[in-house]
Design a protein around this ligand. Structure first.
Ligand SMILES: C[S@@+](CC[C@H](N)C(=O)[O-])C[C@H]1O[C@@H](n2cnc3c(N)ncnc32)[C@H](O)[C@@H]1O
Length: 217
């Protein structure tokens, strides 16, 4: 997806938002190795030793340990040619996934997105609103999810916010129509789409890839 989008959009600078868990920055490092990149950011609240070690090879890469939903984080990054959101949009609450797009839209000319996309009823569904039973029928079968409804209003100390608003759990069902409409409102057109198949066998999600580019007005 990085190859397809970066070639189409002639990317020389990028921000990989939430690029750490399970992949230790692998997508950002791939982009740095494969393309001629002048400036890059890897933003995550949970950087790892493996990321810090590998980052030393790339002088043009800055590791940013922060919430990428904060206005101050977006300001710190400034302009980038591409914003990468791989498997992060459906986790975003306060600000919500569409507010994250709004925050970065004036600061980039392309969004490269891979996301488990909602194929159930409704366009953009806050999954917790489905209630415990339907929530658990929709999302991956993790202990984290099974235990969530017993502590929704308790503070998650690591994130400093109630459990109902943490990005560690699945939060949103975002349909293709909702994603495309949100980006169209912000002046971005779909330039690449790929259906990557089912998402770990879940009935109500498909793994899908999108590249959006700013329309010239
Ligand atoms: C589900 S993992 C996805 C990891 C990787 N991008 C991938 O596709 O495999 C979500 C990652 O984003 C980070 N993350 C999610 N929301 C964040 C936020 N608002 N600010 C900073 N990091 C966030 C998490 O710490 C985690 O590393």
């Amino acid at each position: 997806m990085i190859e397809r989008a970066f070639e189409r959009c002639s990317v020389r600078s990028f921000a990989d938002l939430g690029g750490v868990w399970a992949v230790d920055g692998g997508y950002a490092f791939f982009a740095l190795e494969r393309f001629d990149i002048e400036r890059a950011y890897l933003v995550d609240e949970d950087h790892t030793a493996a990321v810090r070690d590998r980052a030393r090879q790339f002088a043009q890469l800055e590791l940013v340990s922060a919430n990428f939903g904060a206005e101050a984080t977006a300001e710190r990054l400034g302009w980038v040619d591409a914003v990468i959101l791989f498997d992060v949009l459906l986790h975003q609450v306060a600000p919500d996934w569409d507010e994250i797009l709004e925050l970065y839209a004036p600061r980039t000319r392309s969004f490269v997105i891979v996301n488990p996309q909602w194929t159930g009823d409704g366009d953009a569904v806050r999954l917790l609103d489905l209630g415990r039973e339907e929530y658990l029928r929709s999302v991956p079968p993790l202990d984290l999810h099974a235990e969530l409804f017993a502590k929704l209003d308790e503070t998650n100390r690591r994130r400093g916010r109630p459990w109902r608003d943490v990005h560690d759990v699945w939060q949103w069902g975002i349909s293709d129509a909702a994603l495309t409409a949100a980006l169209a409102r912000l002046g971005f057109a779909l330039v690449y789409f790929e259906d990557l198949g089912s998402w770990q066998g879940l009935e109500r999600f498909r793994n899908r890839a999108f590249a959006f580019a700013k329309e010239s007005r």
